[in-house]
Design a protein around this ligand. Structure first.
Ligand code: GUN
Ligand code: ZN
Length: 442
């Protein structure tokens, strides 16, 4: 038998392998109602039914008893802005005026390392309180914003990818930089943080409208110098934005064409939103093995449009789910899945629970090219998972008791669930967040 350090007994659900399409995903679903998970420090050793695994225990009581709870892989948030936490739910605007009126002034505060450190702690606590163990995160233009976030994530041993925003036009002076400065500061951050423990660096040009051709050329140079970094930006979120890109970059035939010209497409490139895409842009995403982030609460909140989930699938483009806080209205991936379901409903596509949970876990990991490390309970994976309390309100309890199988229970969690359903969050083999600690404090 393999050595192990921690044993957990409970109800487990995951998707055992990367798959395309609802049917293939459902075939790989694993539901172990009474299971035993063995960890060796931060790694998964095995997940087997209790009766099969119990012989491995040294003593009869040698396990954490999480029976009555539902344990799933940690959620992967494939697009979020940590410096927008304090402006979530800002009234009345669509993308471009929302950026001007609300976002830019708040991001200006992150020149202060103290503010960045305070907000980093708050932000990561929100992720953990919502069962999110990995995220792809926007900082601000200030390198100190990213230093603060990475420092805090490192203390928690989280697998987190982030980057400093790069922008040199069409934003206030206090948030723009020269190409040279952007290049140098990004380089220093990559050297400091990329592949430092579980951390990864994402080159983060905000979007085409705030980038000059010279800036995107600098991003391209960085990507060539550091080919295993991520590329994180926005794409075709809003129709006015798309028209603006056309006006700013008339020599390119599409919005994605701008990024593609600078070779910013490819594996580990993650494009947030991708709502208003032409056929050729979908083809280009597919041919370059790029990923997109579907951010339903943000897309509805800003009135941006409906992400074409079925097209994305038909085109076989890698996709993760993003909350996109602060345009998104929740940190909860459960609530975000509930809204994803509704976006699909409006387009006559039925997003079933196993597919939805796949996108929030292994599928998101695949979109970030991390599926060899996280996303399910396969042996050797890093032990990031969330312990859900499936029924925490009278309504949830009523509905839960009236559910026939795991799929109905998961579906009820994504329609009625939120942060109250997160009971424990484990990162790298350690419990780093627990609800009872909150209750004791209150
Ligand atoms: N496009 C460019 N910047 C942003 C941002 O901060 N949020 C969203 N949702 N879209 C953007
Ligand atoms: Zn965004």
């Amino acid at each position: 038998a393999m050595p192990w350090t921690t044993a957990i007994r409970g109800h487990f659900f995951d998707i055992t392998a990367v798959a395309e399409g609802a049917e293939a995903i459902a075939q790989r679903a694993r539901n172990i109602e009474d299971g035993l998970l063995l960890l060796d420090e931060g790694r998964i050793v095995s997940l087997v039914p209790w009766e099969e695994g119990r012989a491995q225990l040294r003593h009869e009581q040698d396990y954490l008893d999480y029976r009555g709870k539902l344990i799933v892989p940690g959620f992967v948030d494939s697009h979020i802005h940590y410096p927008q936490t304090e402006m979530i739910g800002a009234y009345g605007e669509q993308l471009l005026t929302w950026l001007e009126n609300y976002t830019f002034p708040v991001e200006g505060q992150y020149h202060s390392p103290d503010h960045a450190a305070r907000m980093s702690a708050f932000f990561l606590n929100q992720l953990l309180a919502n069962g999110t163990t990995t995220a792809l995160v926007f900082g601000t233009v200030h390198p100190q914003s990213v230093d603060a976030l990475f420092s805090a994530a490192q203390r928690l041993e989280m697998r987190l990818i982030a980057g400093k925003v790069m922008m040199d036009r069409n934003a206030p002076d206090y948030l723009t930089e020269s190409v040279e400065q952007s290049y140098q500061q990004t380089r220093e951050l990559i050297e400091r943080w990329h592949n430092n423990g579980r951390l990864g660096y994402a080159l983060t040009p905000r979007f085409a409208p705030t980038s000059s051709p010279q800036l995107l050329a600098a991003v391209q140079a960085l990507r060539e110098a550091y080919p295993d970094t991520w590329l994180h930006t926005h794409l075709s979120e809003n129709l006015d934005e798309v028209a603006w890109v056309q006006a700013l970059w008339p020599e390119h035939e599409s919005y994605l064409g701008v990024y593609h010209h600078y070779q910013l497409t490819g594996k580990r490139s993650v494009f947030a939103h991708a709502i208003h895409l032409a056929e050729q842009e979908w083809e280009c995403l597919r041919n370059t093995d790029s990923s997109v982030a579907f951010c339903p609460t943000s897309n509805l909140f800003l009135g941006s449009g409906l992400f074409r989930l079925q097209t994305c699938q038909q085109k076989r483009v890698r996709m993760g789910i993003g909350t996109d806080v602060g345009a998104g209205t929740t940190f909860s991936m459960l609530q975000t899945l509930g809204e994803a379901y509704k976006v699909a409903q409006l387009q006559s596509y039925r997003l079933c629970a196993s597919e939805a949970f796949y996108h929030a876990t292994l599928g998101g990991a695949h979109a970030l090219d991390l599926d060899d490390k996280i996303g399910n309970f396969q042996p050797g994976k890093e032990a990031d998972f969330v312990v859900l309390d499936p029924a925490v309100t009278p309504l949830q309890t009523l509905r839960f008791n009236n559910s026939r199988d795991i799929y109905e229970k998961l579906f009820v969690l994504m329609t009625l669930g939120d942060d109250r359903n997160i009971w424990r969050t484990w990162v790298n083999g350690k419990c780093v967040w627990q609800r009872d600690a909150l209750e004791v404090a209150a």
